[in-house]
Design a protein around this ligand. Structure first.
Ligand code: CS2
Length: 491
């Protein structure tokens, strides 16, 4: 087969779902791998089933890599599905324009104000919501949000950009619009709504704006799920072999995919149910199931793996001690903390999770899942830990998770967690180093972090939790992670 650059002219395979029509109806903020293997796929399939002007404007926050590559290959890219049952590659054709928010902020706000755009989807990660870790409110006093409030025509945060765009939309045409968060947050829609509302309360708005905002802008909750690792040279090589094209930005993904959405769309939506999405009134229950059972356990697998030399999630989960710790976390600490959606079979879900975490073909990197822990753990630890503490019990596995995170990204003096932990991206590394700088003991180190603004006050105030995290961290540092996991299991 002749190898050609990926372009419309070189396309010899059919695209997945439908090609989008020329005029986009959606705009996506945060054009990373997850969106391209998740909402984009549902949208292509929905349009294949029922048509619709739902092409997507792809917006990167500041990094040009993906948008430049998309622009250079007629907005096409491929998805490489990897599982033990085999592999397949497909080409996607749903993006129609690209933008970089940091460079085209005014244009971006005008584009969102354009009535042709009826849905804005978000994958901006936990970080993008500018939420204060202690209060859960918009971080209005933080450097980023206060800079935007001082200069609202050139906002740099997504929240400021959305607020500016909504004001422009109200002034221009006042057409309704939906903002749909596709991030791993508790009550993702409510959280997005709260952050944007609090920003709008703090900034000048035209007369009548708040009534329009309340009546015409919706923020449905949604639970998103598909394990989508980073792209590697191996991904590109495999796509070249399977499709005969050179794609700079293929996306590897597992076969499994799930999307549960509240049906609250102000201006129409694609027929995502045709692609397997579930519309439900119990979305928050699904979000909690997924955030705790999948994402929470994922963090534990990542930190135990990072500290035991396992480069991938399946390599980590393949170790008996990791599997035992995760099983205890699921059964003793997470399952009792959630109300399940009706008809939901937790044991079947967990059995499927065990398969998904064992996907060696996908080879999801431990360092990917261990990254951004300071933001992710907020969704995964405090509520279930506080529940157990309230019952007079010690959350052993949640304590182990936090101890593992600290050992990986803010190790006590003299402890070197190794290259996998070093590869974890942690935006708070500097702040973590500051709050632990004067710690003379592991206990003081843990106190510095737990009481340093990374967790809500209620958890930071628990001496029992602080003490258990410190004991387990001490064991990690002095005897290794397996002994710490054993101590948490035997307690
Ligand atoms: C992972 C998620 O990054 C993480 O912490 O748990 O990216 C996970 O792979 C997805 O949420 C799966 O839907």
């Amino acid at each position: 087969m002749t190898i050609q650059p990926l372009s419309r002219a070189s396309l010899t395979v059919p695209v997945l779902g439908a090609s989008a029509p020329p005029t986009p109806g959606m705009l996506h903020l945060g054009i990373g791998n997850f969106h391209r293997a998740h909402a984009a796929v549902y949208t292509a399939k929905a349009m294949a089933a029922q048509g619709g002007d739902w092409g997507i404007v792809a917006v990167a926050n500041r990094n040009r890599r993906v948008v430049d590559a998309l622009a250079g290959q007629d907005h096409l890219y491929s998805i490489l599905e990897l599982s033990s049952a085999g592999e397949r590659a497909d080409v996607m054709d749903v993006h129609r324009e690209t933008m970089v928010a940091a460079e085209q902020t005014t244009e971006l706000m005008a584009r969102i104000a354009d009535p042709a755009i009826r849905i804005v989807t978000l994958t901006i990660s936990e970080n993008g919501y500018c939420r204060n870790a202690v209060t859960g409110d918009l971080d209005v006093d933080g450097a980023l949000v206060s800079a935007d409030l001082a200069n609202p025509d050139a906002p740099r945060t997504t929240i400021g950009q959305l607020a500016g765009a909504l004001i422009r939309r109200y002034q221009g045409n006042a057409e309704p619009i939906t903002i749909l968060s596709c991030d791993n947050l508790v009550s993702a829609g409510h959280t997005a709504h709260k952050m944007v509302s609090q920003y709008l309360q703090a900034t000048a708005t035209p007369d009548g704006f708040h009534d329009w905002f309340a009546a015409s802008v919706t923020f449905p909750n949604a639970m998103v799920d598909r394990i989508v690792p980073g792209t590697t040279d191996a991904t590109r090589a495999r796509v070249r072999e399977l499709l005969g094209v050179v794609d700079a930005i293929p996306v590897p993904a597992e076969r499994f995919s799930m999307w549960v959405i509240e049906d609250r769309f102000a201006a129409g939506r694609p027929a995502w149910e045709e692609a397997g999405a579930i519309f439900s009134d119990e979305v928050e229950a699904y979000e909690l199931v997924k955030l705790r059972l999948l994402n929470g356990s994922h963090s534990l697998i990542a930190y135990l793996g990072g500290l035991s030399g396992a480069e991938t999630i399946p390599a980590s989960f393949g170790q008996d001690f990791v599997r035992e710790s995760v099983t205890a976390l699921l059964n003793d600490e997470y399952l009792p903390s959630i109300e399940l959606p009706s008809g939901f079979d937790p044991q079947a879900y967990i059995a499927e999770l065990f398969d998904r975490w064992s996907n060696h073909a996908l080879g999801d990197a431990t360092a990917r899942v261990g990254s951004d822990g300071s933001l992710k753990l907020l969704q995964r630890v405090p509520d279930p830990a506080l529940r157990l503490l309230g019952l007079g019990e010690v959350p052993q596995q949640l304590s182990l998770m936090v101890a593992g995170w600290i050992a990986c990204v803010a190790p006590p003096a003299g402890f070197a967690p190794g290259p996998i932990a070093d590869a974890m991206v942690e935006p708070a590394r500097e702040r973590l180093a500051e709050v632990t700088a004067v710690a003379g003991s592991v206990r003081a180190h843990v106190e510095g972090i737990l009481r340093g603004g990374f967790f809500p006050d209620a958890l930071a105030a628990s001496d029992v939790f602080v003490a258990r995290v410190a004991e387990l961290l001490d064991i990690i540092v002095s005897h290794g992670v397996q002994d710490a996991a054993r101590a948490a299991l035997d307690a």
